[in-house]
Ligand binder design. Structure first.
Ligand SMILES: Nc1ncnc2c1ncn2[C@@H]1O[C@H](COP(=O)(O)OP(=O)(O)OP(=O)(O)O)[C@@H](O)[C@H]1O
Ligand SMILES: [Mg+2]
Length: 123
């Protein structure tokens, strides 16, 4: 039986990060997310890039977004409130251009933020 505790243990986080631009981070992330979803895993893409390319990559109209990781990181919304289900079955916590300003605000406080803990994201 899957309890909330075992679901938390089974949750993995994969980070796609690289300082250099145009190195395939978004492409690799969406590709892995798509394959894991096909393998019947529940996948949440958390886009922390202010360019927000995961939105178009997953076929979402930007105008349909009501809340982004900017709202989550600045304490306005919970991550559950902004999660969208896409046609491919991949779930997305979208970013927005506002994330540019959060970077400086969060500098030095990141260790206090628990929004990506499985208990915050597993429905
Ligand atoms: N494995 C690959 N082989 C060939 N081209 C690729 C591959 N992965 C990504 N690309 C191409 O490289 C370009 C950059 O890819 P992508 O947007 O995923 O990079 P990124 O690191 O997310 O960029 P950014 O730093 O701007 O967010 C795109 O045109 C993409 O189609
Ligand atoms: Mg990218």
């Amino acid at each position: 039986m899957i309890t909330e505790k075992t679901a938390q243990r089974a949750a993995y986080r994969i980070t796609f990060a690289q300082c250099k631009g145009g190195t395939g981070k978004t492409t690799a992330c969406l590709s892995v997310a798509g394959w894991l979803t096909k393998m019947e895993k529940k996948v949440l893409v958390v886009d922390l890039d202010s360019q927000g390319n995961a939105v178009s990559g997953l076929g979402i109209e930007r105008s349909s977004i009501d809340g982004s990781m900017y709202d989550v990181l600045s304490g306005r919304k919970t991550i559950r409130e902004i999660i969208l289900e896409t046609d491919s079955g991949v779930f997305l916590a979208p970013s927005s251009i506002d994330l540019l300003s959060v970077e400086t605000q969060l500098s030095g406080t990141v260790e206090d933020i628990g929004i990506l803990n499985p208990s915050s994201t597993v429905p």
